[in-house]
Structure formats: structure tokens, C-alpha cells
Write a protein that binds this ligand. Structure first.
Ligand code: 8YV
Length: 332
């Protein structure tokens, strides 16, 4: 019997053909509020799900009694209840590696845009307000040679360190669960406690996953440790930061600026105080959003799902516990 797959993120024609060779596919337009009703209606038939950016909690997945695998088109897995998935033996896969470089590029785009005030000054030109040579009122600050602080030294953190060290001659300091000798050797990077990094770095970049441990990790106390010339960059998850504390730190000039690609609630409310501040560059969760990378992520997600529904261990399995459970179920 052909498995049923519910797709809640569009695929290219080539990948749609690839998936339809192996399963019957129900397509739900990117489920906004209306789409969510269609997703709920499709779940009772689903053996596999493929998509991203929707919280698939127990309430939703209880509607899918035949579900075997969820293939996320993302590296972040905070939209999924791993305990629930393990308990039901539902495999979860993600798309690491293929988006690392692109997301690190986004991180550096925000570093440069905030330090050199690119958006603000480009708008000056666009609005016909460039009437004389720039003076100190419009000067930004240098990036090269400044200290790059990275909180969370995973794949994306390492790619940021590579750009800073080799590309911009930046001393690199980092904080993570444990020291990473290979990273220290490759980038002459120094391990710091979180507090020491916040006091020392000129650019403070968050590349952490959102977990129960990291939620709200950067708040009033942490912003108070940063220096007035420091710039805060978030390309991880909005909820790692207390957004009200960030707004207050910016409004009170506790930090120079912020480059933000993620927010506590997305899309960001157009009335957010963040959007009234000239020293904030806010982008719409575009970290991995290039044609090449999103196609590579979708290709990875399709292959993960095909493997999982064929009873093979997927390449990017997030929850091996569920595999062990299904494996024992398959054993005679
Ligand atoms: C987008 C991301 O959420 O991979 C992640 O975890 O945050 C981004 O890449 C994802 O690409 C949406 O499809």
C-alpha cells in the first residue's frame, strides 16, 4: 500500500516528482490560520509529514494515528515534542549541514549591516536626504579587528568563527556547554564563561538552539554586562532572548545596536518598538532563505522521509529512541 504524505511546505517540481514516485502526496498551502484547518483535516490519513515553521504538538499529532515520520525542512527542532514523538515511535528528521554556510552568511550580513548602519544610510540615499558628505553623526563602527563573541559553538557558530577569523581578522571568543579544543586551534578562539564573553565581545552573536535550558537565556542581567559599544546579533531563535529586556537595553543605550533575524513571535508585530529604533536591523527569519539552500534543505527532507517510510533509518534522524521503538516493533 502506498503511504500517504501530507506536505505543508511547497516543493519544487523536481522534488515533488521524486516524492510522488514513492507516496501519495496531499499538499496543504503554507498553513497560515486557514491552512491549519486543512492540515488538521488531512492528518488522519497521514503516514508522513513534511514541512516547517508550524508547532506540531500532541494535540495536533493525536489526529494522525498512522503517522510514522515527520520530516522537518529546518535544522531547528523546537517545533516538535520529542518526548511525544518517542513515545509514539514517530521518527523526526531535520536538515543540518546544508544550511550552515548560508545561515552564517546571514549572521555576517547582520554584523556588517548594524556596524556600518547600512540600512539606515541606504534609506538616507533612497529618501533624497544625502545632501552632503557624511559626518560623525552618520559614522558607523569597524568590524575588522573587533572581538567576535559567539554563544553556541555548533556548526553555524563555527562557520561564523571562520568568517570572523579568516575574513575579518577578528579575535574570536565563544561560550558553549564545554570547551572545543579543535575550534580553539583552528580559529585561535578562546573559551569564555557567558558573563565574561558578554563583558568582552564587541559583537555578541547567538547561534544556540531553543531548548528549555536556553529559553530566556539573554535578559536584563545579561544585557547589563554588555558594553555600550557592543552589538547584539540573533540568528538562532527569538525566545532565547527576553525581547522586552532587549528593547530596554537598546532604548537606554546599554548596547550600540542589534541585528535580529528571529523574534519571540513571528512574523514580528509591525507595532513592535524594535521597529522604531534606528539602531536595529530586523530581517524576516531569512537565515537559510536562498534558492540554493532551501532547495538543498527540501531535497534532504524528501530523502529523509522516503527512507523513513521505507523502513530504513534516515540519514538525519533526530530521535534515535523512536527508531529503537519502531525497530523492536518490527522485530518478530
Ligand atoms: C527556517 C531555520 O526555519 O532551519 C531552521 O531551523 O530556522 C530556518 O532555516 C527554515 O528554513 C524554514 O523552512
Amino acid at each position: 500500500m502506498r503511504k500517504q504524505v501530507v506536505l505543508y511546505k511547497k516543493l519544487s517540481p523536481a522534488l515533488m516528482t521524486r516524492l510522488q514516485e514513492r507516496a501519495d502526496v496531499i499538499v496543504i498551502d503554507e498553513p497560515n490560520r486557514d491552512g491549519l484547518a486543512r492540515l488538521r483535516a488531512a492528518l488522519p490519513h497521514a503516514h508522513g509529514l513534511l514541512g516547517a515553521s508550524i508547532k506540531l504538538d500532541a494535540g495536533l499529532l493525536d489526529l494522525a494515528p498512522h503517522l510514522e515520520a515527520v520530516s522537518s525542512v529546518s535544522v531547528g527542532i523546537d517545533n516538535y515534542d520529542l518526548e511525544y514523538l518517542d513515545q509514539r515511535g514517530i521518527l523526526l528528521t531535520n536538515t543540518p549541514d546544508v544550511l550552515t554556510e548560508t545561515t552564517a552568511d546571514t549572521g555576517f550580513a547582520l554584523i556588517l549591516a548594524t556596524a556600518r548602519r547600512v540600512v539606515e544610510l541606504a534609506n538616507l540615499v533612497r529618501n533624497g536626504q544625502w545632501t552632503s558628505n557624511l559626518g560623525p553623526l552618520h559614522f558607523g563602527c569597524d568590524v575588522h579587528g573587533k572581538t567576535l563573541g559567539i554563544i553556541g559553538m555548533g556548526r553555524i557558530g563555527e562557520a561564523l568563527a571562520q568568517r570572523g577569523h579568516f575574513g575579518f581578522g577578528m579575535p574570536v571568543v565563544y561560550h558553549s556547554h564545554s570547551p572545543k579544543p579543535a575550534v580553539e586551534k583552528r580559529f585561535n578562539a578562546g573559551y569564555r564563561t557567558l558573563d565574561d564573553l558578554l563583558k568582552e565581545a564587541d559583537f555578541i552573536c547567538l547561534t544556540l538552539p531553543l531548548t528549555a535550558e536556553t529559553e530566556g537565556m539573554i535578559g536584563t542581567e545579561q544585557f547589563a554586562l554588555m558594553r555600550p559599544q557592543s552589538i547584539f546579533i540573533n540568528i538562532s531563535r527569538g525566545k532565547v532572548v527576553d525581547e522586552a529586556a532587549l528593547i530596554s537595553a537598546l532604548q537606554n543605550n546599554q548596547i550600540r545596536a542589534a541585528g535580529l533575524d528571529v523574534f519571540e513571535r513571528e512574523p514580528l508585530d509591525p507595532t513592535s518598538p524594535l521597529l522604531t529604533l534606528n539602531n536595529v536591523v530586523a530581517t524576516p527569519h531569512m537565515g537559510s532563505a536562498t534558492h540554493e539552500t532551501r532547495e538543498a534543505m527540501a531535497r534532504c527532507a524528501v530523502e529523509n522521509l522516503i527512507s523513513a517510510l521505507a523502513g530504513e533509518r534516515p540519514a538525519n534522524l533526530v530521535n534515535p529512541e523512536a527508531w529503537r521503538k519502531t525497530d523492536s516493533d518490527h522485530k518478530p
